[in-house]
Design a protein around this ligand. Structure first.
Ligand code: AMP
Length: 575
């Protein structure tokens, strides 16, 4: 392996990158840097994010800039604002000791005026999202006549996002003598079109095999019945106590629903999708980077700009339609020499997709077994014991207070202390899982039988839900009936809202919520039952008087009649 110096990197850049902890070049850098430092060399590099590609193109580009000519000499196009900022930041770090060198990120969603002012002051490298760059070109505020290098970073993503025409337009303003460098994680047909049209005789560099998933990523799939998907997600989260991962959903709605459900169930989760404002997205991403949340539920598009290198897991909450999206998703973990796991929670109908992906990534999926409640508790306890062993004890800080703590706990033996510590952390988890039945994986081949079974089971569940007696409440919780249901427009948030708005005193913790057509059930702590009934039963909400009562039995015949009458009356009023 060569050193950066041997690759030809200039001393002022060497100094900056060694301060950043770059000791040895990563494979893509070893290949690309010396090549680009030569003359008129164009490159197509098939490399996933996280392979070190920013430095691979960034260092040679920086090194070849003439700082005395204050005009854009290189443009770097990338799909998202976040990536744009990240690349500009990296280039600024690499050029810390290059006096006067100016890098400007330009991207949509922020003031164009300040970007225009910065361009007028003069820059050497423009990092841009295509749409905003076109806007600036149209306003004649950026001059690309001196551009020598054009980088298309995450080119496949740019095409996916519909930037193909914008790229064509931008390139029409750049001298034909420019060099083009194209970085992409996959090689769809659109890329071949670009390379054919715009590149002269590019050198093709493949880091890993073409379209191959990252080497150090394990791919595991869990085959589940559709209705169990969320329960399995929770189990997998609980089974991996140190999980730091992105859960990919297909739609914005699903993303929000899963994140809401996870938060309600006590996980450190949040959502990232296109319905959020840029400020909200920035806030969520910041919290995720700082690990204030460890589960980020995201759509493919929204997660693109997120630069987090040390994800332990990527979870596919259902498989994406195209294999490329799977490669991108799973490529978010196992970066920078670390190992990672890409989990797919799938149902039988998606099995063929697993086989398709395996062919492309050239790797087999392992079939995972859904962990049992007991396995989860054991795993959590051992992880806790591990943390207990490794925790850094700040002797000085706690020194003064320890004697009184010892005195206070003197009557407890060592075993008691450990048991209590564990109970403090895990009582809720253990209570939740102690009676949990194993989640059955669907039977392959037995379609008809399985359909029949699940129809019967669904019927049973509906019946159970109506009577409120079919499932045991979580320990310490009790199940209440409310005469509002989906036809009233009731959602989980409304149940929580009703409690927050009407029940004074300590906040009510809500357990499971089951929404039926005309009525619903929700769980609250046994100790809160009376308070909830007292303050909710009989109040007016959703246009009528609501009833809340203990859901031990099926709602009484009398109650059922009243509910029906009340719904009929309400429907009549609407007419
Ligand atoms: P990239 O693929 O450019 O997003 O880089 C992925 C991560 O690797 C970033 O956090 C870089 O700062 C880091 N990185 C890039 N090159 C090196 C290197 N030679 N040594 C150590 N870390 C690196």
């Amino acid at each position: 392996m060569k050193t950066f110096e041997e690759l030809g990197v200039a001393p002022e850049i060497l100094r900056a990158i060694s301060e950043m902890g770059y000791e040895n070049p990563m494979p893509v850098q070893e290949e690309v840097i010396p090549y680009l430092l030569g003359n008129n060399n164009e490159v197509i590099a098939l490399a996933q994010t996280g392979t070190g590609k920013t430095a691979a193109f960034g260092l040679p580009i920086l090194q070849q800039i003439n700082v005395n000519q204050v005009q854009p000499q290189a443009i770097i196009l990338c799909p998202t604002r976040e990536l744009c900022l990240q690349i500009a930041d990296d280039l600024n770090d690499y050029s810390k000791y290059m006096d006067k060198l100016k890098v400007l990120p330009v991207y949509g969603g922020s003031s164009i005026e300040s970007q225009i002012r910065a361009l007028q002051r003069g820059v050497h490298i423009v990092v841009a999202t295509p749409g905003r760059l076109i806007d600036l070109i149209n306003r004649k505020t950026v001059n690309l006549r001196s551009v020598k290098d054009v980088v298309l970073d995450e080119a496949d993503e740019m095409l996916n996002m519909g930037f193909s025409e914008s790229i064509d337009e931008i390139l029409s303003y750049v001298p034909e003598t420019r060099n083009m460098l194209l970085f992409s994680a996959t090689m769809p047909a659109g890329i071949a079109r670009i390379t054919k049209k715009y590149m002269r005789n590019p050198h093709e560099i493949v880091i890993g095999k073409k379209n191959e998933g990252a080497k150090n990523v394990r791919h595991i799939y869990y085959m589940v019945n559709a209705k169990d998907k969320y329960l399995v997600l929770k189990r997998l989260g609980d089974y991996n106590p140190n999980i730091y991962g992105i859960i990919f959903c297909r739609t914005r709605k699903e993303t929000q629903e899963i994140a809401d459900a996870l938060v309600k169930d006590g996980y450190n989760a949040d959502s990232l999708h296109g319905d959020l404002s840029q400020a909200q997205r920035d806030y969520v991403m910041q919290r995720f980077r700082l690990r204030n949340i460890n589960l980020l539920v995201a759509t493919d598009v929204a997660a693109r700009g997120l630069d987090v290198d040390d994800l332990t897991h990527v979870v596919n909450y259902g498989l994406p339609d195209d294999v490329e999206s799977y490669i991108h998703r799973s490529g978010r973990t196992g970066r920078v020499g670390k190992t990672g796991t890409s989990i797919a929670i799938v149902h039988l109908k998606e099995k063929h997709k697993i086989r398709e992906i395996e062919k492309i990534i050239n790797k087999k999926f392992e079939q995972g077994t859904i962990p049992s409640g007991k396995q989860i508790c054991e795993k959590q306890l051992f992880s806790f014991a591990d943390k207990l062993e490794k925790v850094k004890v700040n002797e000085e800080e706690i020194q003064s207070i320890m004697p009184s703590i010892y005195r206070r706990l003197d009557w407890l033996g060592k075993e008691d202390v450990i048991k209590r510590l564990i109970s403090l952390e895990f009582n809720r988890l253990i209570d939740y899982y102690q009676d949990a039945v194993d989640i059955e994986a669907p039977q392959e081949g037995g379609w008809k039988k399985q359909e029949k079974n699940s129809r019967e089971k669904r019927g049973r569940e509906r019946q159970d839900a109506r009577t409120g007696s079919g499932r045991a409440s979580e320990k310490g919780y009790t199940r209440l009936f409310i005469n509002l249901g989906k036809t009233d427009g009731l959602g989980p948030q409304n149940v929580i809202g009703l409690l927050n708005d009407n029940v004074p005193g300590r906040k009510i913790v809500v357990g499971r919520i089951d929404l039926m057509k005309n009525f619903s059930f929700f769980e609250v702590k046994e100790t809160d039952r009376n308070r909830v009934i007292q303050h909710l039963d009989g109040i007016k909400a959703f246009g009528r008087r609501i009833a809340v009562e203990q859901a031990m039995e099926s709602p009484s015949e009398d109650r059922k009649k009243k509910i029906e009458q009340s719904h009929k009356k309400k429907a009549g009023n609407k007419k």
